[in-house]
Design a protein around this ligand. Structure first.
Ligand code: ADP
Length: 158
């Protein structure tokens, strides 16, 4: 049976940290589905279309990575597309506590799903989408924190 993982997140925008997690998980799984969460009540910096376009560009030459959007609970998505692994990245102890709660709730709701956590590479442990949005808002250049294949100026914020 093919081992498929879902990597869910807001990815607003997708960073070098996210890219590194996917690249490091590729030898573990046959396929990784990056699932961009859509929340009608939460205002994002980049639209769902822009976030999808950025991630598709990053993995345009990687046939084992798929990019989708979804709304609602991650476990419902896993059920719908019959996926048994949820991939997440861990940077700090705050991430750990947050992910522990979500992972345990997900396990209680859908016991056949396992969450798999990769520790961030040390050089990416301080990279986060919030800081990148802040740099963009103030007309700075965040390119060192973004995947090399991306020119963020081509993707307009909402
Ligand atoms: P969410 O809103 O679901 O937390 P994010 O887009 O912020 O979505 O993050 C998606 C996943 O990627 C989370 O598991 C998060 O911990 C992980 N992640 C975010 N930044 C990094 C990074 N720099 N290194 C490793 N993992 C990261």
């Amino acid at each position: 049976m093919e081992k498929v993982a879902v990597f869910p997140g807001s990815f607003d925008p997708f960073t070098v940290g996210h890219e590194s997690i996917v690249l490091r998980a590729l030898p573990i799984f046959d396929k990784i589905i990056i699932a961009v969460g859509y929340n009608a009540n939460k205002k994002s910096y980049f639209s769902i279309e822009q976030r999808l376009a950025i991630i598709k560009k990053v993995f345009e030459n990687q046939p084992r990575v798929e990019v989708i959007s979804y709304e609602g609970l991650t476990v419902e998505l896993c059920k719908k597309i019959n996926v048994h692994y949820i991939l997440r990245g861990l940077r700090t102890s705050d991430d750990f506590e947050f992910e522990r709660a979500i992972g345990q709730v997900n396990k209680a709701m859908l016991p056949e799903v396992e969450s798999v956590f990769l520790l961030t590479a040390p050089e990416h442990s301080f990279v986060n989408s919030t800081v990148i949005r802040d740099i963009l808002l103030h007309n700075g250049d965040p390119s060192q924190f973004l995947p090399k294949s991306i020119n963020i100026k081509e993707y307009l914020p909402r």
